[in-house]
Design a protein around this ligand. Structure first.
Ligand code: HEM
Length: 203
């Protein structure tokens, strides 16, 4: 079973200026959401992963910065850190990793309410426009998450489970991308003087 992104969440989430654009963008997407079977596998494995979310968050980001150093440059606080080993004990990275893992937890909890999950991910994508974190980087995160949780799940890890998590990440990051694009279009419609500065983040 699969599902296409509905577009309803976009309509609910975006203001008058961008509703049409956002809905068109979202309707054009054909990201499949996880099947019933995959949802069950994701939920079962999450029960194990959640005991280690702080650890997974850190490992995931250190791996991301190792494999794609350009992602580190997006983070004001981490961009000048040369020795990635130092980040393993960084309170800031721990806090950030936990925020991202909490988002994953919420996503898992909303797997039975796809429209709510869509709304959540679209909103996150909008936020990432303001963090200067472009969509080309989002797809890296799923692979690093998988690399971080595999050793925790040990023999419980299967190819099917990997496929299920990949599907969820593709679904969520596809929506984030749509949110990012809609927000960038919305900002272009705002006269430059009234545009808020991109935050490029407290982190
Ligand atoms: C699956 C992909 C991703 C997920 C689920 C995710 C999730 C999150 C979450 C939950 C936050 C906390 C703030 C909020 O709720 O808006 C956040 C903040 C942020 N993310 Fe992501 N993110 C992803 C990918 C990325 C990538 C690839 C980058 C950079 C290359 C990035 C850069 C940032 C930055 C700079 C912040 C703001 C940090 C701060 O000031 O607290 N994110 N992200």
């Amino acid at each position: 079973m699969g599902c296409a992104i509905s577009g309803l969440a976009a309509k609910a989430e975006f203001g008058e200026v961008t509703t049409e654009d956002a809905a068109a963008d979202v309707a054009a997407a054909d990201a499949s959401c996880p099947s019933e079977e995959q949802i069950q596998m994701i939920k079962d494995s999450w029960k194990v992963i959640r005991d280690d979310i702080a650890k997974v968050g850190i490992i995931m980001f250190v791996r991301l910065f190792e494999t794609h150093p350009e992602c580190k440059d997006v983070f004001f606080l981490f961009r000048d850190v040369e020795d990635l080993e130092r980040l393993r004990t960084s309170r800031e990275l721990r806090a950030h990793g936990l925020r991202v893992m909490s988002f994953i937890e919420k996503s898992v909890a909303r797997l039975d309410q796809m429209e709510r999950l869509e709304a959540l991910a679209l909103e996150l994508g909008k936020g990432h426009y303001h963090y200067n974190a472009p969509p080309k980087y989002y797809s890296y995160v799923g692979a690093e998450f998988i690399g971080a949780v595999q050793p925790i799940l040990k023999e419980r890890w299967t190819e099917e489970l990997e496929e299920a998590w990949k599907t969820l990440f593709q679904f969520v990051t596809g929506l984030m991308q749509r949110g990012y694009q809609a927000e960038s279009k919305r900002q272009l419609a705002v006269p430059p003087k009234e545009r808020p500065d991109k935050k490029n983040t407290a982190l």
